[in-house]
Design a protein around this ligand. Structure first.
Ligand code: FAD
Ligand code: NAI
Length: 471
């Protein structure tokens, strides 16, 4: 490469972590370049993650509702069928609108997008292998690494994204499989399993642990959610481990046995979705060239200010510690740039919400009962079912409940867990309350509009220290 071009900040990766950091730095007047090798900005989340999956979840939910939940509402529809090609087109329209939007924001905030793969040449220099061919060399006063994550493969199964798929294949299938086996009953397994189950696939979820939902989901919520998803047609094999698979013929064979040893069984599937978690992606970054280290799970090691042991190199988002969530990546991006421009930044890791966008949605923030029990914290529980909420009743959408966990002595909110309609929007109120150190009584004495689903939220808070009114 020719002589290096000077930058105040180089960001490697144009996903949520990287693009937000680049925009924030541009706004602060830094000379910033963001290196992204994909043809569009936005990373996993916009291209193959949050956005396309939510498009499919929303539209297949509508379809499922039209098929199964219209007669009692007085709506008569005939001849309903799904046009998969158009479903995918609608998804692509949402994705491309948003990825182009990031490109626009880059221009607006003077961020240069360098299209290519970045690798450390030395502690200040990043060489870029350009997509259009050739190389460029950038020299940064500061560097932020935001290279994201990738699906963890399952040993013995070859991912072809058609027969054996990750979430990337699951958002792009051309036809509905007859039988789908999902390995892993976490968020991806349940969201993508829901999509294809609604479209008519016979979906079986195999989960190693005794509950679905992946890390963090409250056990009572997980159990209720499993029941609701089973009612919609999904099948579950919990406490079951996949021992091996065979993808050498037209259908895939998946061998499973009870997690604690014992009963073996072979499941047959047209399509197998591998959804056993994601791992940091740092291939080709050349972090070893400058002596940066990863932990046993491949996460780049940083301190509380996101600094590696080379202090002007920071790491944020999925390729380092913490939950692999877009909004967590976004918070870190803002904080990391503030550490550079102002010397201080802030992310409250105790108040990062989680949402699973099935129907009903599942959402939570703070600690769950199992975590509190493990820590020996004395807590109170307040719950309120949507079946006693007026708006849920008028909407004929009454499954689920809100559950508050509060400190037994001080009434401070420790966790909020919701399974029910609109849980993903409602959890924002719980997150705000937690962030501000609110008590349950603070929430319950706040007026909530009638008739809204959020009255269930208020009454669950009330139920921790007093009796709920409508239940
Ligand atoms: P990424 O989005 O992975 O971005 C990293 C980018 O860096 C990529 O574009 C990659 O091409 C680029 N890159 C890597 N190495 C280099 C290099 N050397 N040079 C140049 N470019 C490089 N989270 C939520 O909060 N809500 C959701 O609803 C949600 N749904 C999801 C659904 C699915 C199916 C999946 C897979 C994930 C979902 N997530 C969701 C998680 C979310 O996508 C991630 O947490 C988020 O994308 C992390 O952002 P990031 O910037 O750290 O990494
Ligand atoms: P996950 O960690 O949520 O769940 C993986 C599940 O697979 C766990 O329950 C685990 O016990 C199980 N498992 C692991 N190995 C297994 C095996 N051999 N056999 C059977 N089960 C096994 O991971 P997932 O679903 O792949 O998602 C990855 C990440 O992507 C999530 O943790 C989340 O951070 C992010 N994501 C977020 C979404 C959202 O916010 N709505 C949507 C989709 C993904």
């Amino acid at each position: 490469a020719s002589e290096a071009e000077e930058r105040d900040l180089i960001v490697i990766g144009g996903g949520v972590a990287g693009y937000v950091a680049a925009i924030k730095a541009g706004q602060a007047g830094l000379k910033v370049s963001c290196i992204e090798k994909r043809a569009t900005l936005g990373g996993t989340c916009l291209n193959v993650g949050c956005i396309p999956s939510k498009s499919l979840l929303n539209n297949t939910h509508l379809y499922h509702q039209i098929l199964h939940d219209t007669k009692n509402r007085g709506i008569v529809v005939d001849g309903v069928h799904m046009d998969i090609a158009q479903l995918m087109k609608a998804k692509e329209t949402s994705v491309s609108g948003l990825t182009k939007g990031i490109e626009f924001l880059f221009k607006k905030n003077n961020v240069e997008w360098v299209k290519g793969t970045g690798a450390f040449a030395d502690e200040h220099t990043v060489d870029v292998n350009l997509v259009e061919g050739g190389e460029r060399s950038l020299r940064g006063k500061n560097i932020i690494v935001a290279t994201g994550s990738e699906a963890t493969p399952f040993p013995g199964l070859t991912i072809d994204e058609e027969k054996v798929i990750t979430s990337t294949g699951a958002i792009a299938l051309k036809e509905v499989p007859k039988k789908m086996v999902v390995i892993g009953g976490g968020i991806i397994g349940l969201e993508m399993g829901s999509v294809w189950s609604r479209l008519g696939a016979e979906v079986t979820v195999v989960e190693y642990l005794g509950q679905i939902g992946g890390p963090g989901m409250d056990a009572e919520v997980a159990k209720a959610t499993q029941k609701l998803l089973a009612k919609q047609g999904m099948k579950f094999k919990l406490n079951t481990k996949v021992t091996s698979g065979d993808d050498s013929s037209a259908s895939v064979k998946i061998n499973v046995e009870a997690a604690k040893g014992g009963k073996e069984e072979t499941l047959d599937a047209d399509v197998v979705l591998v959804a056993i978690g994601r791992r940091p992606y740092t291939a080709g970054l050349g972090f070893e060239n400058i002596g940066l280290e990863v932990d046993e799970r491949g996460r780049l090691i940083i301190d509380q200010e996101y600094r590696t042991k080379i202090p002007h190199i920071r790491v944020i988002g999925d390729c380092t510690f913490g939950p692999m969530l877009a909004h967590k990546a976004e918070e870190e991006a803002v904080a990391a740039v503030e550490y550079i421009t102002k010397g201080y930044g802030h992310v409250n890791y105790n108040a990062i919400p989680s949402v699973m966008y099935t129907h009903p949605e599942v959402a939570w923030v703070g600690q769950n009962e199992q975590e509190l029990q493990k820590e020996g914290v004395k807590y109170k529980v307040g719950t309120f079912p949507f079946s006693a909420n007026s708006r849920a009743k008028t909407n004929l959408d009454t499954e689920g409940f809100v559950k508050f966990l509060s400190d037994a002595e001080t009434d401070r909110i420790l966790g909020v867990h919701i399974v029910g309609p609109n849980a993903g929007e409602m959890i924002a109120e719980g997150t705000l309350a937690l962030e501000y150190g609110a008590s349950c009584e603070d929430v319950a004495r706040t007026s909530h509009a009638h008739p809204t689903l959020s009255e269930a939220f208020k009454e669950a808070a009330m139920a921790t220290y007093d009796k709920a009114i409508h239940f």
